[in-house]
Design a protein around this ligand. Structure first.
Ligand code: SAM
Length: 250
């Protein structure tokens, strides 16, 4: 029973359930993945080694980002992730001589060890931090653990894309776009309740929305990009993407 549950759910945040939905909906996610690609393209990763955490099959992962590295270590708890990732990205990466090593591992719980094993690598959290509240038993603890990551990551080049909020929208077709809310790059400390209301309004939010408890992922005053994601019919996520470059002491 445990094996079937693992394949289907992978801890409630991935698994066959997620892969089937991603496979069927990936064309509708193109605007969102294009915005993510634009965000990633303007980064300077600071290393040729990448730790890709929550890689899944890389359904939303732009190949252009992966191709900027020489070596990638990918981490996921989902038993299907490595095979599906190779199916989607393996050939093009191998053609470029790029090696990907897969680890089936809870990379949040073991982050300290992972970082120690790869002292020079940069880190990309690929849309998993917003799900931590559903895996952790306690919401307060989940929020604290998410907020504490930046301490563990001190001195690293690292970034994340994650859910900020998600919820139902009115029966309307809104087109994900770079709006005035997202275009200029948003200082994460300025996402207050007024800004949140504007985000919700922009996508025609209704009823109750989920706060993914990710407001404290980045250090204060990190410039972030907010990206709407039409996850499914009449259900939207607001994603936040950001990158942290360590301060250099010269
Ligand atoms: C929304 S999916 C990510 C999607 C993926 N980035 C893509 O483009 O297809 C979240 C992924 O994070 C994985 N995950 C969740 N918690 C994790 C953890 N603590 N360590 C490693 N992987 C985790 C899940 O198994 C799932 O595959």
């Amino acid at each position: 029973m445990g094996v079937v549950r693992d394949l289907w759910h992978a801890g409630g945040t991935g698994g066959l359930n997620w892969h089937l939905h991603a496979y069927c909906t990936r064309a509708q996610w193109q605007d969102t993945t294009a915005q993510l690609e634009r965000f990633l393209n303007q980064l300077t990763p600071g290393s040729s080694q990448l730790l890709l955490i929550g890689a899944s099959a890389g359904w939303m992962m732009p190949p252009s980002w992966l191709q900027r590295f020489k070596h990638i270590d990918s981490y996921d708890i989902d038993p299907l992730a490595s095979r599906l990732f190779d199916w989607r990205h393996g050939k093009s990466l191998r053609t470029r001589g790029l090696r990907v090593q897969h680890h089936r591992q809870d990379a949040l719980r073991t982050l300290g060890d992972v970082l120690q094993q790869h002292p020079k690598a940069c880190v990309w959290f690929d849309n998993l931090l917003g799900q931590h509240r559903f895996r952790a038993r306690d919401e307060v603890q989940a929020e604290q653990e998410i907020a504490a990551l930046k301490e563990t990551l001190q001195g690293r080049h690292w970034g994340s894309v994650h859910d900020l909020y998600s919820g139902p929208t009115h029966d309307m077709h809104w087109t994900p776009r770079i709006s005035s809310l997202t275009r200029a790059g948003v200082d994460n400390s300025r996402i207050d309740s007024q800004h949140t209301q504007a985000l919700l309004q922009e996508v025609g939010a209704k009823d109750v929305w989920v706060d993914h408890l990710t407001a404290q992922v980045f250090p204060q005053h990190t410039t972030t990009t907010l990206i709407p994601w039409a996850f499914k019919d009449r259900y939207c996520h607001w994603l936040q993407a950001g990158w942290v470059t360590p301060n250099r002491i010269t």
